[in-house]
Design a protein around this ligand. Structure first.
Ligand code: GLV
Ligand code: MN
Ligand code: MN
Length: 418
């Protein structure tokens, strides 16, 4: 254990990342692993196999969160946790989430090999569905662990085919009641998530380690627009009530509202569109948009939302359409825990790795773990900031360095006074 900190087997970690990336519904190098798909279930088996080989005791809760525990000498004390997700949006890359899960297992293996004896247990958590692909809501597993999704809301979840979370989880042999998912108080003493940055800053500034001091609060809205359809040739232009054009204007208003905040932390995206009947010779009578709005500051986020809604009222009146907004989720931002941040920084310092305190504009399971226990994240650089696309890439050396900082941090947290 050089400088008191264990070495990571970077080649083995990279090999596992590559192997897991081949468990995909998409053509490699693209990775698609949607919650409870065949690829997701096989990916879970792959990770469970690694945990078992590392001698970790494995538990899976009613919504599919996996917990792999290295039991310490104080097994009753709140444990130290790390982890992330292995689900991947359609046509994604192989590092988002995976680095935190496989890096967490590697960190534990490195500590085991170095002869470290945990006092508080150390646990790797594989969170269910950090991505919103199946049920339209992000961080499903960590949200439920934090008790931030009511049981009624969970039971009402349906995927685009109308299948419920209840049916799908039972088909995946998860039969315990959902009531058992929320964590009791003081279950964990700290949580540290290793993740690729998903932005360009660390690479640009040539800094190997980012330490997250705040995670932007995400919110999402579904907007339904009802106009009047008709024959594309016969319906004259004046007085049309084209739902698609109202949607287009609204999407531009969304962009304008985010830009008007003047803060780089206000970001808004109209990433999902549906038009009915979606035929070239028919004036669209219905449209549906989904809008993602995030900010590290709740006030500026609220102001941007207000501007969007004002624009929507004006567009509806001028175009003679009805526009209805529905909130999908509206989560507050989270702060990193100062003490956990300092411990992580000190470990990086000991390893001679430069660090930078950062804001995460992407959301992560840490957003919800921060409600449960002191939390921070370790970011590593990724090429061009690419993420959520097959070109996503992090250098093996950066991944190993991140896992090494994680290992050192987990070791210190595990030996914190009980
Ligand atoms: C999670 O991947 C996000 O959308 O931030
Ligand atoms: Mn993601
Ligand atoms: Mn992620």
């Amino acid at each position: 254990m050089s400088a008191g900190l264990p070495e990571i087997d970077g080649a083995l970690l990279q090999k596992r990342i590559d192997e897991l990336s081949l468990i995909t519904e998409a053509e490699p190098p693209a990775v698609t692993r949607v919650l409870f798909s065949d690829a997701d279930l096989r990916g879970r088996d792959y990770v469970a196999g690694l945990c078992q080989r590392a001698g970790l005791s494995l538990r899976v809760d009613a919504v599919g969160n996996m917990f792999a525990r290295w039991v310490g000498s104080a097994p009753e004390a709140p444990a130290v946790a790390t982890g992330s997700h292995i689900d991947a949006i359609p046509n994604a890359g192989k590092f988002d989430g995976v680095v935190g899960v496989l890096g967490g297992i590697s960190a534990i293996e490195a500590l085991q090999k170095a002869g470290f004896k945990p006092r508080r247990s150390i646990e790797v958590v594989v969170f269910t569905a950090e991505e919103p692909t199946r049920f339209g809501i992000g961080c499903l597993g960590s949200r439920m662990l934090a008790g931030a999704l009511s049981l009624d809301e969970a039971r009402a979840l349906r995927d685009p085919e109308g299948q419920s979370l209840e049916d799908l989880r039972r088909r995946a042999d998860l039969t315990e009641p959902l009531e058992t998912v929320a964590l009791p108080e003081n279950f964990y003493s700290a949580f540290v998530e290793l993740h690729i940055e998903q932005g360009p800053l660390l690479e640009k500034e040539n800094i190997p380690i980012g330490i997250v001091q705040a995670i932007a609060g995400p919110s999402a809205y579904r907007v339904k627009i009802a106009g009047e359809g008709g024959h594309a040739g016969a319906l004259l232009m004046p007085g049309r009530q084209d739902a698609s054009l109202a949607a287009a204007e609204l999407a531009l208003a969304v962009e304008k509202a985010a830009l008007a905040s003047g803060s780089p932390d206000t970001v808004a995206t109209t990433g999902k569109w549906e038009i009915f009947p979606n035929a070239i010779n028919s004036v669209p009578c219905d449209a549906m948009l989904e809008i993602d709005l995030r900010d590290t500051c709740l006030e500026t986020r609220e102001r941007a939302l207000m501007l969007m809604r004002e624009a929507s009222v004006e567009i509806a009146a001028r175009r003679g359409v009805e526009i209805k907004w529905e909130e999908i989720n509206c989560d507050p931002p989270a702060d990193g825990d100062p003490r956990t941040i300092t411990i992580t920084e000190n470990v990086a310092l000991q390893l001679d790795l430069a660090t930078k305190r950062m804001v995460s504009r992407a959301y992560h399971d840490s957003l919800f773990m921060a409600r449960v226990c002191p939390t921070t994240m370790i970011f590593i650089p990724c090429r061009n900031g690419y993420s959520h696309r097959p070109e996503e890439h992090s250098d093996p050396a950066h991944i190993a360095a991140g896992a090494r900082v994680l290992a050192g941090t987990l070791a210190r947290l595990s030996h914190e006074p009980l």
